[in-house]
Ligand binder design. Structure first.
Ligand code: GLU
Length: 457
């Protein structure tokens, strides 16, 4: 059977790096198993879901290098869910409940004071036809609960019922169905909660592996029971740890914190985001992979830790710098053209500056310095100014070869007796206006003799 995975966000906001982790775990798993990746939008919550958010999520995924085989929207599939509802009703495992949230709350409190677990007590199963008729005539509409298979013959006497699975990430997992309330699958207004459409789609779409955050571990116990109630074999499950901020807070689509959009805006490369999103919180070293194929080689769901992983945005810059440092000119060329960096000098320029960039767009400042001179004129002491005048007088004639910097500074050293920092720093400041940056040996040929002389203070 073809390995089939899905990433199933609800399109209620921009995705953040934690969502990207889930998407990438699925994508890399499919890559490593020659599988299919389904992009599924869990948009049954029509109030909060929008097409704009779905489109933005697709855009962000493409930016990361994820190109789904299929894209599906749950909002367009209600007929399929209705059929499943009918089957569950016919099997008498979906039952109508009429309690209001306040009544349920009160019951939970009573159960707690009696030392009972705060789960739903299945009172709706004991309603008489007269009571139901009364609720209906009062205008109450039922919501529908799935009867968990946690009893032998009397649902009012639940008993410990273990559901087991071998989790791709966490190994052997167990959920006791008696510790859970029968989940509501359908609301009063006829809309679906996440649980049923998700299972129906996983069956219908032939999903073989469900890889998602570990906030869904308990759901999995319920969903395995639901797969079985619908006569289907449950897929393999894998629950990865969630990412938190450095101070330990969860990430939220709603706040926009660490959204893929904002990281892109900060000039972070997609492979810096992908590498950190996948490798943080695993036993693998966090290094910048060059492409998703390389990252797939470092990806093993079983190497993921079980506890939450702290995510430090500063690490993104470390990875970004590493990517810049090794980025071949061919890869940067088109992006540099967009930034106005082109022509014969573009390639040697790129090779000279890439090791000093935090982000690709920082190349613009260096291009300006080389084309137009230092952006801020440096202040020199009288002594340094004399030294520089002497130095500029010694600048070799053209044509220049690859050793011009060495030749020039050799002559300066001989003539002035200066060496080390007192020799190089005034030159660097005069040539670039900055106290640090790319090797001057690489920059000098890019400025040319005329350009260099124009920088004489
Ligand atoms: N819509 C669910 C979520 O975003 C999907 C969970 C799942 O993958 O089943 O949490």
């Amino acid at each position: 059977m073809t390995v089939t995975v899905r990433f199933a966000p609800s399109p209620t906001g921009r995705i953040h790096i934690g969502n990207a982790r889930t998407a990438l775990f699925n994508w890399l798993f499919a890559m490593n198993n020659k599988g299919r990746y389904i992009q599924r939008f869990d948009d049954t919550d029509v109030v909060r879901s929008t097409q704009e958010f779905a489109d933005s999520i697709l855009y962000d995924l493409h930016w990361l290098g994820i190109f789904p085989d299929v894209t599906e929207y749950q909002s367009r599939r209600s007929e399929i869910y209705e059929a499943a509802v009918e089957r569950l009703k016919a099997a008498r495992v979906l039952y109508a409940c009429y309690e209001t949230p306040e009544e349920l709350d009160l019951r939970r409190k009573v159960r707690r004071t009696r030392g009972q677990p705060p789960v739903y007590g299945r009172e709706a199963l004991t309603l008489t036809p007269e009571q139901v008729a009364e609720y209906e005539s009062d205008g109450r509409r039922p919501h529908w609960r799935f009867l968990l298979p946690n009893f032998t013959s009397d649902p009012l006497q639940p008993e410990r019922t273990e559901v087991h699975w071998n989790d791709l990430v966490r190994g052997e997992e167990t959920v006791d169905l008696a510790s859970l309330s029968d989940p509501v699958l359908l609301r009063e207004d006829g809309t679906y909660l996440y649980t049923l459409p998700s299972v129906v789609d996983d069956i219908e779409m032939g999903v073989t592996h469900v890889i998602r955050g570990d906030d869904h571990v308990t759901n999995t116990g319920v969903q395995i029971a639901l797969f079985q109630a619908l006569g289907a074999e449950p897929p393999v499950f894998g629950h990865h740890n969630l990412l938190t901020t450095v101070s330990g807070e969860g990430l939220s689509k709603r706040t926009g914190a660490l959204s893929i959009e904002s990281l892109r805006g900060d000039g972070i490369e997609p492979m810096a985001v992908a590498s950190l999103a996948v490798l943080v919180g695993t036993s693998e070293n966090v290094t910048a992979a060059h492409d998703l194929g390389e990252l797939a080689g470092h990806f093993d769901p079983a190497a993921t830790s079980k506890s939450a992983a702290k995510f430090d945005p500063d690490e993104l810059f470390v990875l970004n710098r590493a990517l810049m440092h090794h980025m071949p000119f061919e890869e940067a060329r088109d992006r540099l053209i967009v930034l106005g960096i082109s022509g014969d000098r573009a390639e040697p320029f790129w090779l000279a500056v890439r090791g000093n960039l935090d982000r690709l767009s920082d190349a613009v400042a260096w291009w300006r310095i080389l084309s137009d001179g230092p952006q801020e004129a440096a202040e020199f002491s009288g002594e340094d100014r004399d030294f520089l005048h002497q130095a500029f007088d010694l600048l070799p004639e053209e044509p220049w070869n690859g050793t011009v910097w060495k030749d020039w500074t050799g002559k300066i050293r001989e003539a002035t007796g200066r060496k080390g920092k007192p020799l190089f720093m005034p030159l660097r400041l005069a040539l670039t206006g900055r106290s640090s940056g790319p090797e001057l040996a690489d920059l000098l040929p890019l400025m040319g003799r005329e350009g260099t002389l124009a920088r004489r203070p």
